[in-house]
Design a protein around this ligand. Structure first.
Ligand code: ADP
Ligand code: MG
Length: 246
């Protein structure tokens, strides 16, 4: 359903992603793990075109975008692909001047032009899903980090994206607050939400992911089921990384 083929991303002369190919089935969860600077965030940002790949192909459902140096990709094609993704950031990035429910409604009203009452009903449904309906009218600043992240997840899911992209969703949180976010993400995974998440939280990855991609130096070093990658990695680089975390 989602296929990244031969993705290359350069910043100037620095090649940050070097021929990455990953495909994921609908309803599956892929975890991107690996050392800082390995290219995880850049790869996620390439999937929703916050960064435009230097080369390669992205297929998402019926859309297929091909990138090459010197080739121009239309704004409409970018928007169409972007609308099929939802993004959750490490630092939540809620709109501070909007309540929890306002944050979830925002894109539905301003981008998708839904009437406010329909957007409100959808937002409430999603806040319920992440256990935040009781805080619908709260301001972000009054919420804990875990609560803010759960609202951010609801916001990302509001337009029913084909894929939810999560960049280190638990990294800014204390273990206890991380746990409530892990619980929400694992429930979404069980319900069949397609996700790609960058994380160095091995507990999150092993609980939620079907597939782990170990990324270092902009290349896929090794990939497979979490049990395999975390317990019996084949590559020296993967072994060292896993050992350094435990
Ligand atoms: P990770 O998320 O795995 O820590 P990143 O994707 O953030 O890795 O970074 C990979 C590499 O790309 C790093 O060397 C980083 O400095 C570089 N990089 C990321 N974004 C930019 C940018 N906008 N301009 C230049 N270099 C960047
Ligand atoms: Mg990152």
């Amino acid at each position: 359903m989602i296929e990244l083929s031969h993705i290359v991303k350069r910043f100037g002369t620095n090649t940050v992603l070097n021929d990455i190919s990953v495909s994921l089935a609908e309803g599956s969860v892929t975890a991107l793990v690996g050392p800082s600077g390995g290219g995880k965030s850049t790869l996620l940002r390439c999937v929703n075109l916050l960064e435009i790949p230097t080369a390669g192909t992205i297929r998402l459902g019926d859309d297929r975008l091909e990138f090459a140096e010197g080739r121009k990709v239309g704004w409409q094609a970018i928007q169409r692909l972007r609308r099929q993704t939802g993004m959750v950031f490490q630092n939540f990035q809620l709109f501070p001047h909007q309540t929890a429910i306002g944050n979830v409604m925002e894109g539905l009203v301003t981008v998708l032009k839904w009437p406010a009452d329909r957007a409100r009903a959808r937002a409430l449904e999603l806040l319920e899903k992440v256990g935040m309906a009781h805080k619908a009218d709260a301001w972000p600043a009054t919420l804990s980090g875990g609560q803010q992240q759960r609202v951010a997840i609801a916001r990302a899911l509001a337009p029913s994206p084909r894929v939810l992209l999560c960049d280190e969703p638990t990294s800014a949180l204390d273990p206890e607050l991380a746990e409530e976010v892990v619980e929400v993400l694992s429930r979404l995974a069980r319900e069949g939400t397609t996700m790609i998440m960058a994380t160095h939280d091995l507990r999150l990855a092993s609980r939620v992911a079907d597939h782990v991609v170990f990324l270092d130096g902009g290349v896929v070093v090794e990939s497979g089921p979490p049990r395999k990658i975390f317990s019996t990695p084949e590559r020296e680089r993967t072994k060292r990384f896993i050992a350094s975390l435990s």
